[in-house]
Design a protein around this ligand. Structure first.
Ligand code: PHE
Length: 339
């Protein structure tokens, strides 16, 4: 019987059980009540006394091996089963978004790069500003309408009631800080947040960002100002862009101008973005007022200079066709992800 058992062991080991049908055939043939193993245990009864212990031991080993093979194969087939029945391989994967720089930071970086290339240094100043820098030194006296509470956020100093602070209403106070600390020639740009007590609408926000420019040297003229702004806007909006100045008023520049650029969408013909005018209003500029020079102890007979200021949101809105300034600050990733 022992020889016979060795053959049977071999047979069971090599019997295929790769699918349900094969496994069932295997079970019926070897393990079932009428299977081969049951009948072998029957046969054991007729084996001689000498041979019986060894044959019985061997038969039990074969049985355990046959059952283990069955269980392993069954478990593997069930695993595969759940694989195809309970898993929908067509479901789209979970989406995730990769963080990136905010569109305003991108715009600002691009602007600063253009100015750096032509020799402007980047400086900054505080957002909580003294009235002196935001107004007085900028030739904006106490009675000036820009100082009205309706336009400006005032902050009271607890220890010194006479000293009033403001959330700066423009980046121009950086002009004063720069000129007080440094001697001309000076060539700086200064980006940063500014605050105005505005009703929030699609085009106005109580906080926005500006970039200030200042150049002070001997014999600086309006031509230099026009040249630099022309250059900047050609780089920023494209080579065909044209700039124009329209007379305007700021207390700290004389003469003062409003800067317009030809609409880069329609090329100046007139479209929705430029409200059919062919021009987009971009910011303010002018020659530094002699009174401003006096307030920072620079001799206006010796030096002249120009300054300009533009709203960064405005430039980005026009460049990217963004219709509502509030979207910059709501930080909805569906908006931010587009840039
Ligand atoms: N500070 C002005 C504003 O906020 C802009 C400006 C800057 C005008 C520099 C002239 C010179 O409107």
């Amino acid at each position: 019987m022992l020889n016979n058992l060795a053959d049977i062991e071999q047979e069971i080991t090599s019997c295929p059980v790769g699918n349900k049908e094969e496994l069932e055939a295997y079970r019926l043939k070897y393990l079932s009540r009428n299977g081969l193993l049951t009948s072998l245990f029957e046969d054991l009864k007729g084996v001689s006394r000498e041979e019986k212990p060894a044959a019985g031991k061997k038969l039990n080993e074969i049985k355990r091996m046959a059952e283990a093979k069955f269980n392993t194969a069954k478990a593997e087939l069930e695993d595969k089963d759940t694989g195809s029945a309970d898993m929908d391989l067509t479901i789209p994967g979970r989406s995730f978004s990769v963080g990136r720089e905010h569109i305003l930071s991108q715009t600002l970086a691009e602007m600063v790069k253009i100015f750096r290339e032509i020799g402007f240094k980047v400086t900054d100043g505080p957002e909580l500003e003294e009235e002196f820098y935001n107004f007085d030194a900028l030739n904006t006296p106490a009675h000036h309408p820009a100082r009205d509470m309706q336009d400006t956020f005032y902050v009271q100093d607890k220890n010194d009631r006479d000293k009033k602070y403001v959330l700066r209403t423009h980046t121009s106070p950086v002009q004063i800080r720069t000129m007080l600390k440094n001697k001309p020639p000076l060539r700086i740009v200064s980006p940063g947040k500014v605050f105005r007590n505005e009703t929030v609408t699609y085009k106005n926000y109580f906080m926005f960002q500006q970039i200030e420019g200042l150049y002070v040297d001997k014999n600086v003229s309006m031509r230099d100002l026009k040249g630099v702004l022309d250059y900047f806007f050609r780089k920023f909006y494209g080579e065909k862009t044209v700039t124009r100045f329209i007379p305007s008023f700021f207390p700290f520049t004389e003469p003062s101008g409003q800067v317009d650029v030809s609409c880069f969408i329609c090329g100046g013909k007139g479209c929705k973005t430029c409200k059919e005018t062919g021009w987009l209003e971009i910011g303010g500029c002018g020659m530094v007022d002699p009174n401003v020079f006096r307030s920072v102890n620079i001799d206006p007979e010796e030096y002249t200079g120009y300054a300009f200021g533009m709203g960064i949101e405005r430039l980005a809105m026009m460049k990217y066709g963004i219709k509502d300034i509030r979207t910059f600050y709501q930080n909805d990733v569906r908006f931010l992800d587009q840039f």
